[in-house]
Write a protein that binds this ligand. Structure first.
Ligand code: FMN
Length: 377
């Protein structure tokens, strides 16, 4: 598994694990992979605590941080909107739609504003929001900073390079990848539509070789639909020099996935996800549930722009999360971002075991190919 990416990042396996949970990040890094902490819903104080904890747990092993730096969002002209300004922009039609869903499904009122499922109104997607997070990240021993939804600004790339930090960026099309390369990004993550979270329309199988060819010699990681060694081998065959996985960690022991949602993930098949703008305002792949069905209704209002949609639904998501284990209506609505590999998630295991199984299966595939090439297959 030695590639330019494993050498550059100083890891045994070029398997990058995206997660919002610090425990997953530390576990994967300690098992020889590379954990990346998703920080978009962290407060600077929380990020400080989590990065200090990861540093302590990983004792010199490398890890990274990921932020959303979208090129288009509401309030871009002003450098971003604060929480109150966003709330002023919530239209009555959409608010009434969300209230009606909660009423019809019998979701109990009242939820802790800092409770589970409640961070969508805190998406730090503008410079006002993410710059304090960057200051915290760079004060720590990070080896990589990743940006999604847009190319990292020149000042960020300069800052990272001055600190010896690798810059990665997610791309869903060749045009995105070319823009990242032109901006000076070191590592392109070609993320296919089957991925969980914000995702485009092109499948990993088609996207990865196109991106590899377009940005050569910049190394490429494949993302979207990778949860096994066979899929890693396929990614390498497409020209990737490593993989970037998100969904597979959601069913690990370390993940803080809501227990009801975790159970739904274990039961779901590959057909049970949809791309929906209902949580953040941009198309993101998530588990299909009564929530996504309601937003897909013909008479549903259009979802609002990022980050207004997140603010619109944050309180509803908090209420759903709080009641999901006890209210059948909330249980039906509950969902979360996940990719099509959800169909492969069938038991809860430590992240370390997941990584070891992936790497072992990858080695078996490579061995089988080698044997077949020698005529002993
Ligand atoms: C729950 C969840 C949240 C995500 N949030 C982010 C995010 O904040 N930033 C980001 O760059 N990617 C995010 N992603 C996408 C992942 O970085 C990754 O590209 C994707 O999960 C890979 O495809 P897979 O889900 O098939 O493994 C998220 C994915 C999931 C499943």
């Amino acid at each position: 598994m030695k590639t330019r990416v494993s050498e550059r990042l100083g890891v045994e396996f070029p398997v990058l694990a995206f997660s919002h949970c610090r425990d997953v990040v530390a576990a994967v890094t300690n098992a020889g992979g590379f954990g990346v902490l998703g920080g978009v819903v962290h407060t600077p104080q929380r990020l400080e605590i989590d990065l200090a904890w990861i540093e302590e747990q990983t004792r010199g092993r490398p890890f990274g941080v990921d932020l959303l730096l979208p090129s288009r969002y509401e309030g871009a002209d002003q450098g971003g909107l604060d929480r109150d300004a966003v709330r002023q922009l919530l239209p009555p039609e959409q608010q009434a739609f969300v209230d009606d869903i909660l009423l019809r499904y019998g979701v109990p009122a009242g939820a802790d504003p800092d409770g589970e499922g409640g961070s969508l109104d805190l998406l730090r997607v503008s410079p006002k929001g993410y710059e304090p997070l960057l200051d915290v990240a760079f004060a720590h021993r990070i080896a990589l900073i990743a940006s999604a939804l847009g190319a990292p600004p020149p000042a960020l790339i300069e800052r990272a390079h001055a600190a010896g930090v690798t810059v990665a960026a997610l791309a869903g099309t060749v045009a995105h990848a070319e823009r990242h390369k032109a901006a000076g990004v070191d590592l392109i993550v070609a993320q296919g539509t089957e991925a969980g979270g914000h995702t485009g329309e092109i499948a990993t199988m088609v996207l990865v070789p196109d991106v590899v060819d377009a940005v050569r010699p910049t190394p490429v990681l494949a993302a979207g639909g990778i949860a096994s060694g066979r899929q890693i081998a396929a990614a390498f065959a497409l020209g990737a020099e490593g993989v970037w996985c998100g969904s597979v960690w959601l069913a690990t022991e370390e993940a803080e996935t809501h227990p009801v949602v975790k159970r739904k993930f274990l039961e779901a098949s590959a057909s049970d996800t949809v791309r929906s703008r209902s949580l953040t305002g941009k198309p993101a792949r998530m588990l299909r549930s009564a929530w996504t069905d309601e937003w897909a209704r013909e008479d549903a209002p259009t979802a609002l722009a990022m980050p207004i949609q997140g603010a619109l639904v944050a309180d509803a998501q908090r209420r759903i999360a709080r009641a999901a284990a006890s209210s059948p209506g909330a249980e039906r609505l509950a969902n979360y971002f996940v990719g099509q590999v959800v169909g492969r998630l069938d038991r809860v295991r430590p992240a370390r075991h997941v990584l070891i199984d992936m790497v072992t299966e990858y080695a078996d595939v490579v061995e089988r190919f080698a044997a077949e090439a020698r005529g002993q297959g």
